[in-house]
Ligand binder design. Structure first.
Ligand code: APR
Ligand code: PHB
Length: 395
């Protein structure tokens, strides 16, 4: 016999979307149960992007999870775009009056988990047999087996599917429209114990391929190299990684500072959008509904944006009895998601090299010259990168 209980919102997945939603709902006096099939340690260690829009920073602060971010986050005025041996600065602060902040997704997840647990919230890590049922009724059910083997059935008012791309929620939405684009390259990413030799991120287009210089702290660098889509990690020794990084970022009198590589992985690149993001009383948020290629760092910001919109919609639905925001949830999110999908596609297509394609080569260079030479074009990039239409959280 399963242990039965009740909550207002059942949440599947303790990534940024699920954790942020649970935290924002609590601030509005709405209780939730969050069920995650991995361990807490696994969720806190998963390496992902780490560039936050100004709106995401504001939302984390409003959610009470901004303390460490305010101390350890690195605020940047803009980014560098490098091509043909020249490095150009695009200054977001000057162009659109907004900055961006480097703070790793791992740290956001740690901060949100700590905040939820400190508030006495229910987070079930290492759950198995997670299932959702009755989403078209007024009382959908979230069931799972907890880490000690006890089966649970939680009756909810609403269920939020924040379970990432491979989760169980999206397949429960009938008649989904799926839109997808894959790219013929991947990113090889490293984390290194090396103080970054740049003050802001460098996006470099080189004839050998794209490279991104990012960071995690004043002591730790995060760097990426464009590699073919079917590349094997075994073929990339540390020496080969550093020599390609030195080559792709090369400028006279300047070099990438090297150090011990502590993490190395390959990430495929794809754009994916599924809609609608709601079926009955099941709402999708974050990677469960959409994936962007990492160039431009929109994935985490989109997940947090969905959580903000959903928290307001559910608070209106469950506290005021008004379904207006809930009914608009999918359209509201998809409009912002498609803007970010275009921007990620634009950044990806402008920066990556397609072998043996001189037409593409010259088109990309024309575009890079335009965004670094024209103030209106640079302003558009700055506006999108730093967060266009970021939703605000108001209690
Ligand atoms: N039951 C419970 N939890 C599940 C299940 C399941 N059946 N399937 C997946 N999960 C969990 C995953 O283990 C993960 O912790 O759901 C969580 C989803 O988290 P994320 O993948 O981080 O997705 P999201 O919260 O939407 O955040 C998106 O993550 O992939 C990056 O670039 C992306 O930064 C973006 C962010
Ligand atoms: C990162 O720091 O991991 C990062 C930053 C910017 C990007 C992608 C990834 O565009």
């Amino acid at each position: 016999m399963a242990v039965t209980s009740r909550t207002q919102v059942g949440i599947v997945g303790a990534g940024p979307a699920g954790l942020m939603l649970s935290q924002l709902l609590a601030l509005r006096g709405i209780d939730s149960v969050l069920v995650e099939n991995r361990t807490r340690e696994y969720c806190e260690a998963r390496q992902r992007a780490g560039m936050l829009e100004a709106g995401t920073v504001a939302a984390l602060r409003a959610a009470g999870a901004g303390k460490r971010l305010d101390v350890e986050g690195l605020e940047h005025d803009g980014i560098y775009l490098q091509f043909r041996g020249e490095r150009h600065h695009v200054n977001f602060r000057e162009l659109v009056g907004r900055t961006v902040t480097v703070y790793a997704q791992t740290e956001i997840v740690k901060d949100l988990i700590a905040a939820r647990l400190a508030a006495g919230a229910a987070i079930e890590f290492s759950a198995s047999s997670v299932a959702i049922s009755d989403v078209t009724s007024d009382s959908p059910v979230l069931s799972y087996v907890d880490a000690s083997g006890v089966a649970h059935e939680v009756t909810c008012d609403v269920i939020a599917g924040c379970d990432g791309f491979h989760g169980i929620s999206r397949p429960l939405v009938p008649g989904l429209s799926l839109y997808e684009r894959s790219y013929p390259y991947s990113w090889l990413g490293i984390l290194a114990d090396a103080p970054p030799s740049t003050d802001e991120l460098i996006y470099s287009r080189h004839e050998s391929g794209f490279a991104l210089y990012s960071m995690r702290s004043p002591e730790v660098s995060r760097l990426y190299l464009q590699v073919p889509a079917d590349e094997r990690l075994e073929d990339w020794s540390d020496d080969r990684v550093w020599s390609q990084l030195q080559l792709r970022f090369a400028l006279p009198g300047w070099s990438v500072s090297e150090g011990r590589i502590t993490d190395k992985s390959i990430t495929p690149m794809r754009s994916f959008v599924a809609g609608p993001m709601r079926h009955g009383r099941l709402f999708l948020a974050g990677d469960a509904a959409h994936i962007v290629p990492p160039c431009g760092a929109k994935g985490l910001n989109l997940a947090v944006g969905d959580a903000i919109v959903l928290a307001s919609a559910l608070s209106d639905l469950l506290t005021e009895g008004s379904s207006t925001l809930a009914d608009a949830y999918s359209d509201t999110c998809l409009s912002r998601v498609w803007r970010a999908t275009h921007f990620s596609y634009f950044m990806t297509s402008m920066m990556h090299v397609l072998p043996d394609d001189p037409f593409d080569d010259l088109i990309q260079l024309a575009q890079l010259r335009y965004v670094t030479g024209s103030r209106p074009a640079a302003t558009s990039l700055a506006e999108n990168y730093s967060g266009y239409e970021s939703p605000r959280f108001e209690i």
